[in-house]
Design a protein around this ligand. Structure first.
Ligand code: SF4
Length: 259
């Protein structure tokens, strides 16, 4: 599916900047930090600078918008894979303002904002009670503790779609208080990869899937990571992305009366 993104649940990835500060246990093996170091830039932590980009980078979503309009097919944009869009620091404010403007200029793109700081979303966006229809607000929930802390924050913002990304899933989760009744529309789950990956137990994933089924919430299982369904460590590709013999990759239902 992806044109310029390897992530299967999105068509594109857009980074308004690179760099971040770790926020919780899910960040311990942050692939973005590792990737930035690999390309020779040190952008992690409160004291480190962030990396910004020029006009041609910012023009890409406008091209995707033209394409989506021409084909009459909406395209999803994951924002951001190399940063946290709600990291609160003043040097990011002008770039964030540019991002909000870009989102409003691209109504045929669905912008998936995924943050570990959802409590900052209301403060750092200019939309108040009227969010653009093309914004999906997501937060990472790796453990129950973070579910309790972060989910209420995304329920406070009037995004068209609200979702949780349980990746890397680090423990059993009970999301039932927040599923159904117009609360969380979509749950994504996946395991961790890399040398220091932490195991994800099959029962945690199947438990999440069952909760979604019961509450008719869309569920998307990305992949096992380096620990398979049987708990054995092996190559991520060999472990695959089936759960109990099925590929479970549902998206939230959308109605588009207007953009
Ligand atoms: S919030 Fe995301 S980008 Fe930032 S350190 Fe954590 S995992 Fe990495």
């Amino acid at each position: 599916m992806g044109k310029d993104s390897k992530i299967e649940w999105t068509h594109h990835t857009f980074n308004p900047w690179w760099g971040c500060t770790r926020a919780s246990a899910g960040c311990a093996n942050c692939y973005a930090e590792v990737w930035a170091k690999r390309v020779g830039v040190d952008l992690w932590g409160k004291e480190a600078p962030r990396r910004f980009f020029g006009d041609s980078h910012w023009h890409n979503p406008l091209r995707w918008q033209t394409d989506a309009l021409r084909t009459q097919q909406r395209q999803r944009v994951f924002c951001a894979s190399m940063a946290d869009v709600f990291e609160s620091r003043s040097d990011l404010d002008p770039w964030r303002a540019r991002l909000w403007d870009l989102i409003q200029k691209t109504p045929n793109l669905d912008w998936l904002l995924v943050s570990k700081r959802p409590e900052e979303a209301a403060k750092l966006t200019p939309w108040g009670s009227k969010w653009p229809q093309n914004v999906w607000m997501g937060t990472t929930v790796e453990t129950q503790e973070w579910a309790e802390k972060r989910i209420e924050a995304i329920l406070d913002v009037p995004a068209k779609i609200r979702f949780v990304s349980c990746e890397p899933l680090l423990g059993p989760l009970d999301l039932t208080p927040w599923l159904g009744d117009g609360q969380i529309d979509w749950v994504i789950a996946g395991g961790e990869s890399g040398a220091r990956a932490r195991p994800m137990q099959a029962a945690w994933v199947s438990g999440l899937y069952k909760q979604c089924l019961e509450r008719t919430t869309s569920f998307f299982f990305k992949q096992w990571g380096v620990f398979g369904e049987d708990g054995i460590r092996r190559n991520k590709k060999s472990n695959g992305k089936t759960l109990m013999g099925q590929e479970l990759q549902a998206f939230p239902a959308l109605s588009w009366a207007s953009t």
